[in-house]
Write a protein that binds this ligand. Structure first.
Ligand code: ATP
Length: 597
């Protein structure tokens, strides 16, 4: 319950007086509903079906004072009041339902933004600790369950207000009988605790299964080419079969729990009603009027008590979703990279005058047992071209992540123009930077849309210029719809090399002062690679270029080559100079590539 209260507090803070207004409205609505019930008594009296001369309770006495039985004209008046109350109550109820939905939707909209903003403000470390599909699950399925939980909780509050007011009225009508109903309700809630516990457990299972399903399905859809080409369909289908069996069992379990509790409540209701009637007739020697009141109390109150129980059970099933969301928000806060507003693209670019430096940098991943980067000391002069090479797993990408300020060194510093990266310089550095990863991000849209992602104001001329620089103009021109061609999910309708050139064009469109290429030209043929090299040549001296390349021909013209091995820079110098060191790792890498090609 603690997690729900946490979010209800936020709802309270977010919605302010509206929440109280709605709760007050609910109180009025239930008062009206209660008044309509009370009016039934003189109404029945007026119809002559039964004369209520009980006088056992104050209210009946007051109603008797109406003494309307003898005045025929009063029947339309009472009926009129009754109709007015019912219509008024329905209108109020309708209005409140709309207000409640607006309130909840407004809050969920705010919550979605809050969670996503938290994620965007978090350190990169958070993403390397989490499965992407788990985050997707939280931002889609779990947040919807939270939405549902909040609506259910508000319904619960309404029910509590309704039931409270009706208990008050019922007490006024007949205290003994109402006391009896309340005691029965308390006994019922004692016995139904196990249903609530089971609901919470099932809710946890629902969360786990949905996480597992989304993770598996995402991985498999991403790897569909591998599945099909390696003929792994049967095993994948078996995975889904096992999982859906578990999901099926969980759903049946849920329905079983729900029907079991309904069966329990209904049986209890039958016993209680029988008990009421029995006691009313034998012990209290009820008059027909009192008897009617008892039936009215029971038929109005008891469903509320049972609905309250069912509602608590449903709310309990959503608690794990509240917990998951709260855990993520806490994790985001722990990993907070910056607070405040996001700065608009291009508004605050860092101008590097001297260069970037790593001084005695050590870095270790949390799950790793040893340092991934050790004693890194290097200076990258502004507007120079630096290449980082080394065997797979040597730490090249990690070094780039540290340079970009995505990962914080455990020891040592990253300096820009001799000054340590601060929060401010970090973001202006990133504004001035274009990064092209190994697995570039292209979305299902046109080439134009994908390019304009980083430069919304870019003209068509700018787009063509960037495409020309990245040797992508020729292939885009050949496409039937040119810049307006749809490229499919992650650019599936393009070749690997075409995707790489497109992403490079996008990076250049930003006119960066630091361009980072992480294996960004691996899928290019020699002809296009030569074109890119030519483009890089043209850019030399205009921006700082940092390239990770397995294909060493790409970095022939680099001003400086850093050779990494098991997290350490073991060689440093110009391409030709390093290649002449016959016993050096760089020479070995070159020889190996020469033999392979
Ligand atoms: N998120 C992570 N958690 C734990 N260890 C990691 C993580 N990412 C990378 N590593 C480890 O750190 C080491 C360096 O990885 P990195 O990706 O920097 O190497 P790389 O030289 O870029 O490799 P490649 O050329 O294959 O891309 C590897 O041993 C890798 O297993």
């Amino acid at each position: 319950m603690h997690y729900i209260i946490l979010y209800i507090r936020q709802l309270n803070k977010h919605s302010g007086m509206i929440l109280y207004f709605n709760l007050f409205g609910m109180g009025v609505s239930s008062l009206l509903e209660g008044a309509a019930i009370v009016l039934l008594i003189p109404l029945i009296s007026l119809t002559g079906v039964m004369h209520l001369n009980g006088g056992t309770t104050g209210l009946v006495a007051v109603l008797d004072r109406f003494d309307v039985g003898t005045h025929v004209l009063n029947l339309p008046v009472v009926l009129g009041i009754y109709i007015c109350i019912i219509i008024g109550q329905s209108l109020l109820q309708r209005n409140l339902s709309i207000r409640n939905v607006t309130l909840v939707q407004d809050f969920i909209h705010h919550l979605r933004l809050q969670v996503y903003q938290g994620l965007l403000q978090a350190n990169w470390r958070l993403y390397i600790q989490q499965r992407k599909s788990d985050l997707t699950n939280l931002l889609t399925i779990e947040i919807n369950r939270v939405n549902n939980g909040i609506s259910l909780f508000l319904q619960l509050l309404t029910l509590i207000v309704f039931t409270g007011i009706q208990i008050g009225l019922a007490f006024y009508l007949n205290a003994k009988m109402t006391g009896f109903v309340i005691i029965s309700g308390l006994v019922l809630s004692y016995f139904s605790r196990r249903f609530i516990r089971a609901s919470k457990q099932l809710g946890r299972k629902t969360s786990e299964l949905s996480k597992e399903y989304l993770a598996g399905i995402t991985d498999q859809l991403n790897g569909m080419k591998d599945i099909k080409s390696n003929h792994l369909e049967a095993s994948r289908l078996n995975w889904l079969r096992t999982l859906t069996k578990a999901m099926h069992a969980e759903q049946v379990e849920y329905v079983k729990l729900k029907t079991n509790s309904q069966f329990f409540y209904k049986s209890m209701s039958a016993f209680l009603l029988a008990g009421f009637v029995f006691f009313a007739v034998t012990l209290f020697h009820s008059q027909p009027g009192q008897f009617l009141i008892i039936i009215v109390i029971f038929s109005r109150l008891w469903p509320k008590v049972t609905t309250l129980q069912a509602n608590i059970q449903q709310v309990a099933a959503t608690i794990p979703a509240f917990k998951a969301l709260s855990d993520l928000e806490q994790q985001c806060r722990r990993e907070l990279e910056f607070e405040g507003e996001f700065i608009e693209e291009g508004s605050d670019r860092l101008l590097i005058k001297e260069g970037m430096e790593c001084r005695n940098v050590y870095f270790q991943y949390e799950s790793a047992t040893a340092d991934t980067l050790r004693n890194i000391n290097t200076f990258i002069p502004a507007n120079s071209m630096v290449a980082v090479v080394g065997r797979s797993g040597a730490g090249k990408s990690t070094l780039i992540d540290v340079l970009m300020g995505l990962l914080k060194p455990n020891r040592g510093d990253v300096l820009i123009d001799g000054k340590a990266l601060t929060r401010e310089t970090l973001f202006s550095l990133r504004h001035a930077m274009s990064y092209v990863p190994q697995d570039p991000f292209l979305f299902n849209g046109t080439i134009k849309d994908n390019l304009r992602l980083v430069a919304t104001e870019a003209t068509e001329e700018d787009l063509w210029e960037a495409l020309r620089l990245s040797a992508a103009d020729a292939f885009v021109r050949k496409l039937p719809e040119g810049l307006n061609t749809m490229i499919g999910d992650r650019g599936i309708k393009l070749s690997g090399g075409e995707c790489q050139r497109l992403v490079l064009a996008r990076a250049l469109l930003r006119k960066p002062s630091v361009l980072v290429l992480d294996e960004a030209t691996s899928a290019l043929d020699t002809e296009n690679e030569a074109k890119i090299q030519e483009a890089l040549e043209k850019m030399r001296g205009k921006m700082t270029i940092i390239v990770i390349a397995h294909r060493l021909s790409t970095i022939r013209h680099a001003d400086q080559v850093l050779v990494l091995d098991r997290g350490e820079i073991i060689q440093k110098g110009e391409f030709i100079q390093l290649s002449k060191d016959r016993y050096g790792v760089f020479n070995q890498l070159l020889q190996h590539q020469f033999v392979v090609s």
